[in-house]
Structure formats: structure tokens, C-alpha cells
Design a protein around this ligand. Structure first.
Ligand code: AMP
Ligand code: MG
Length: 398
């Protein structure tokens, strides 16, 4: 049997970041950038007003002095006059400053009367003027490869004229649920049948970590049907994830098929609860994960093994900023020799996080996941953890 960290290490030794490609800017949120973003032009591109008000010669704005209004400059226009002595021009926020003006006075500080304006406050030279290039000079690098794109980055790239960015793409993950007992939600349940919930939870988990899921199935527990379905799935997948049929039952074919399609078998009993069995293989460069069928096991093994692999493929560090610690609010007993992932609610207090188990922890009880904020990692070697014991927690909704 492998420990959780040994299994993860083996998996990660087989995955590489995907090849970067160009993406339309609006589809890059959360992706890892694979190019520099450089200011190709100055920003702001021209001197402009920071306020709605008046372009003035600052030295002339003494209290009570009337100036003649010689024009009005809306945003987006180019003023075709120069400000002479004793003159001012109305100007809108973002509009180009006219030649001759060296400051903008605010409309709130003005009094306007028949083609003239006067001010109740002085303005300093340069006041309320946003200078060309004060934000960015041409050639300045603003974003570098490896950076994970956030909303402000997209705004900045747009303001610098980038309609597309080279990024590491989302991993395309095909999910195949298997099991002759499964029917999709929306269809009536026959005797002995249950609904396929895993493929929906897994699809959402892929999406939540930035991947692009394709959900297939359910496929019946028939070796030939399953082989055909998996071969078909591999045609379009960058990662293949199956649910169920990976254990030691008479109708569990996934394990053998992953071995067959991958050239060799990596099937592990992992020293963990929930989710002991896991099959892993590589079809060419496509990682294949055979996850266990119990709904909690399937989700937990996804979090522990598939998610880190997807993070690496998408150019991120696995488990990036996810680990936290919390203290248990109650005693827990567990089996020694297995790392137990306790579904728990987290509560912030002045002295740190507290973790409380979400009721019955059976691996078929999805409600324990629904109510959970995190998985608390209860170490392999321990059998009893007292209330107050500090444990590592993996947030489920980072
Ligand atoms: P297995 O790994 O095939 O032995 O399945 C373990 C348990 O998980 C069984 O009780 C299955 O009925 C259940 N199960 C398998 N696949 C799914 C699924 N897609 N959705 C919900 N439960 C499932
Ligand atoms: Mg089964």
C-alpha cells in the first residue's frame, strides 16, 4: 500500500504543463500567462483632465478673477484652439488638455456666467492633470510569464491594446461514470438502480479548479462496452477520469482497462480513508485516473490526486496556498495506518480556526461533503486525536 504523499508524488512525476496557446483576452481569467505583457504605448496616451471642470492657466486663477470661456472639450475629441491670457475652456474628465492650459479647475469650485467663469479656489500648476505616460512608459513590462491572471490584469492588458494573450490552456478533462446501476437525474429509478451523482460532482470539481470538463456516461459494467467508451473518451481528452468499477468486485473492469490502454498498470491501494483504491495510467501523455465509486471517495480522491495534476498541467503549483491548520473541537478516533480525511466545518476565532466533523462520515453520504468547508487531515499513525489537537486542513472552496 502507498501513502497519500507517495501516490501523489508518482502521479505528479508523470504530468507536465500543457503547451501555451493564444486565448481571446476575455477567456483568460484564472489562466497562467505564458508571455510578457508590455506597455507598447504610453499610458495615459495623452495629457488629460482628471475632473469635469475647466482647463486654465493656473497662474491666472486668483480668487474672483473672471476668465473668458473659449471652448468646450468633450472626452474623445482633440481641441483645436490654444488657451490665451485670460481664457479658460470647459473640459470633461478624460478629455485632452488644450495647448496653453497647465491645470484643470473643478466645476464644484467655479461660478459660471454668460461665457465667463471664475473660481473660489486657486489651482496649482499641473493640478487635476493626468500626464501622458505617468502610469506606464512604452517598453515597461507589467505582467510576466507564470502569473495567474486576475480581473485587474485583464483590464490592464485591454488598456494596453492586447486582444489576445498566450496562456497555458485549461486542461480538457473527460469524465466517464461507470456502473450498471446508474441512471441520470431526470430519469425514473428502477428497482436496484441509483442516480449517477459522481459525474456531476466531478464535472463541477474540474470546472472549479479551472479545467474544461466533458461529462460522459453512465456506461454499464460490461468490459467491451467500457473499453469502447474509454477509447472514444481518449480521442478528445487531455485527462481521463472514471468513476467506480475500480475495486475488486466481479464486474470491476476499469482497472484492467486503464492498464490495457496505458500499457501498464498503476493500481494502488492507498493508505487513506475514504477512497482506498485508485488506478492511474498514462495513455501516451494522457493521465487516466480511475476513481472509486462511493460519492465521497470519488470527490476526495479528486481533490487529493486529480486536482494537483490539473494544477500542474495548467502551469500552477499544486496545492497553491491551500494548506491551513485548525484545532479539532472534539475527540476523534480512527483506524491507525490510514490517513483519514475528515469532512469538517471551519469556524474562525480570535485564536485561529476550529474544525468540527460534519456528522456521519460514511463514504456513501454526500451530505458530509455538502456541509463541509474543508477536509481535515488526520495522520496515518494516530488512533486518537483529542479535542484541541491541531490538524492540517484543505479548504474545499478556496
Ligand atoms: P464501485 O466502485 O463500482 O464498487 O461502487 C461503489 C459504490 O459507489 C456503489 O455503491 C455504487 O453504486 C456507487 N456508485 C458508483 N458510481 C456512482 C455514481 N456515478 N454516482 C453515485 N454513486 C455511484
Ligand atoms: Mg460498481
Amino acid at each position: 500500500m502507498l501513502s497519500v504523499s507517495q501516490a501523489l508524488e508518482r502521479i505528479l512525476s508523470h504530468v507536465r504543463p500543457l503547451e501555451p496557446r493564444s486565448h481571446p483576452l476575455s477567456q483568460t481569467l484564472g489562466l497562467v500567462l505564458a508571455q510578457e505583457v508590455v506597455a507598447r504605448e504610453a499610458h495615459p496616451p495623452f495629457d488629460n483632465s482628471a475632473v469635469d471642470g475647466f482647463a486654465v492657466r493656473s497662474a491666472e486663477v486668483a480668487e474672483g478673477t473672471w476668465l473668458d470661456l473659449v471652448g468646450s472639450i468633450p472626452a474623445g475629441s482633440v481641441p483645436e484652439f490654444e488657451l490665451g491670457p485670460g481664457q479658460a475652456a470647459a473640459i470633461m474628465t478624460g478629455a485632452m488638455l488644450c495647448p496653453g492650459a497647465d491645470a484643470c479647475a473643478m466645476v464644484e469650485d467655479s461660478e459660471r456666467q454668460a461665457g465667463r467663469v471664475r473660481f473660489t479656489r486657486r489651482v496649482r500648476p499641473g493640478e487635476n492633470v493626468r500626464r501622458q505616460g505617468e502610469h506606464l512608459q512604452p517598453g515597461q513590462v507589467v505582467l510576466r510569464p507564470g502569473h495567474r491572471l486576475r480581473p485587474a490584469d485583464l483590464g490592464l492588458a485591454a488598456s494596453l491594446g492586447y486582444p489576445e494573450l498566450a496562456c497555458i490552456p485549461r486542461a480538457r478533462v473527460t469524465i466517464v461514470s461507470t456502473g450498471s446501476e446508474l441512471v441520470p437525474p431526470g430519469q425514473p429509478l428502477g428497482p436496484g438502480q441509483i442516480r449517477d451523482s459522481n459525474s456531476y460532482a466531478l464535472e463541477a470539481q474540474v470546472r472549479a479548479c479551472g479545467g474544461e470538463p466533458v461529462r460522459l456516461g453512465p456506461v454499464v459494467d460490461d468490459r467491451d462496452a467500457l473499453e469502447q467508451a474509454l477509447r472514444q473518451a481518449l480521442e478528445q481528452a487531455e485527462v481521463l477520469v472514471t468513476s467506480a468499477g475500480v475495486s475488486v468486485g466481479e464486474h470491476d473492469h476499469v482497472r484492467d482497462l486503464i492498464a490495457k490502454l496505458g500499457g501498464e498498470l498503476s493500481f494502488w491501494q492507498i493508505k487513506m480513508r475514504p477512497g482506498k483504491p485508485l488506478a492511474f495510467g498514462l495513455a501516451g501523455s494522457i493521465p487516466m485516473f480511475g476513481l472509486p465509486g462511493n460519492p465521497v471517495s470519488s470527490m476526495v480522491t479528486f481533490e487529493l490526486f486529480v486536482r494537483p495534476a490539473l494544477e500542474v498541467m495548467m502551469g500552477r503549483f499544486p496545492g497553491e496556498s491551500r494548506k491551513q491548520t485548525a484545532r479539532l473541537t472534539h475527540e476523534i478516533t480512527k483506524k491507525t495506518g490510514l490517513t483519514t480525511f475528515l469532512r469538517c466545518r471551519l469556524e474562525s476565532t480570535g485564536t485561529g480556526l476550529l474544525a468540527t466533523a460534519t456528522g456521519d462520515q460514511g463514504s456513501h453520504l454526500l451530505r458530509s461533503m455538502v456541509e463541509a468547508d474543508a477536509l481535515a487531515v488526520l495522520p496515518e499513525e494516530l488512533e486518537r486525536l483529542e479535542a484541541g489537537h491541531e490538524v492540517e486542513v484543505l479548504p474545499l472552496h478556496p
